[in-house]
Design a protein around this ligand. Structure first.
Ligand SMILES: [Zn+2]
Length: 269
């Protein structure tokens, strides 16, 4: 098989009050049979009508609202056709991950069942704020992965695609159906850990650490804080076991994003 090219895209730069800049780390996986997007950041409709994101998110996270940051625009800028995005794989349905869905109305949207249910119900105050129904108002072609039908390095997992292997790896805690997404590469795996952690130091094996405001933010927005911490411990175990075979990174850490971008081979066009 030919191995896919993976592009790292920041689809929603954010400048939170009193914090360091954040990214919305998305992946564009170029396969022989189409494009796969892992998370979507914010989309064209969010940029056109930021009110739909809610005042709390806009005032605290202060996203840069510019069409050039949308996945749709960046895919075009890389020389691909956004209409070739056949599959979108979501770590979860928070507004800063699902905003671009409407830009790819014909794509299959893969999500874990627990996440889908939580987002459709929005039955807690936290869920009502974090899930923006307008982001899927166009009626996506959902592919809801009900049971974890595979395993991946000791984790239960749900297979999304084969060749290359792409799997949803449930890591609930941040939200009810929050997942990591594993993408197979020739000599290693990429593991997009979504919002399982926000700061790269949290996965440091010798001295795990996190700036206090970031730790507080994560506690506030976690659906289950204790469960999130447990998942973090599992990610550290994974890093300890296979540091070279699995490249773990999260959605919002600008340092990891810069590192991964530098490691990627960018095609000459
Ligand atoms: Zn997020």
């Amino acid at each position: 098989m030919s191995w896919p090219t993976v592009h790292h895209l920041d689809c929603a730069p954010m400048h939170p009050v009193g914090g360091t800049p954040l990214v919305a780390h998305c992946l564009l996986v170029v396969t022989g049979s189409g494009l796969v997007l892992v998370d979507t950041g914010l989309g064209s409709a969010d940029v056109c009508d930021p009110r739909r994101l809610g005042m709390f998110f806009r005032r605290t996270m202060r996203p840069t609202l510019d069409p050039s940051h949308t996945a749709f625009h960046q895919i075009q800028a890389l020389g691909y056709d956004p209409y070739d995005v056949r599959d979108i794989v979501l770590t979860h349905l928070d507004l800063d991950h699902a905003g671009g869905l409407g830009d790819f109305p014909d794509a299959r949207v893969h999500v874990m069942a627990d996440e889908y249910r939580a987002a459709m119900r929005r039955d807690t105050r936290l869920d009502a704020g974090r899930y923006v129904t307008a982001q899927w108002g166009h009626g996506p072609q959902w592919v809801v992965h009900d049971t974890a039908d595979s395993t991946w390095h000791g984790f239960a997992a749900a297979r999304v695609l084969r060749s290359p292997d792409i799997l949803l790896v449930p890591l609930p805690g941040h939200t009810r159906g929050h997942c990591a997404v594993a993408v197979q590469q020739p000599e290693r795996w990429l593991l997009h850990a979504g919002d399982a952690y926000f700061f790269h130091g949290e996965l440091d094996l010798r001295r795990p650490r996190c700036p206090r405001p970031v730790a507080l933010h994560q506690r506030l927005v976690a659906e289950n804080h204790g469960q999130r911490l447990m998942q973090l411990e599992r990610l550290r175990d994974l890093r300890r076991a296979d540091p070279r075979l699995i490249r773990i990174f999260s959605s919002h850490d600008a340092y990891e994003f810069a590192q991964l971008g530098a490691e990627s081979v960018r095609p000459v066009r």
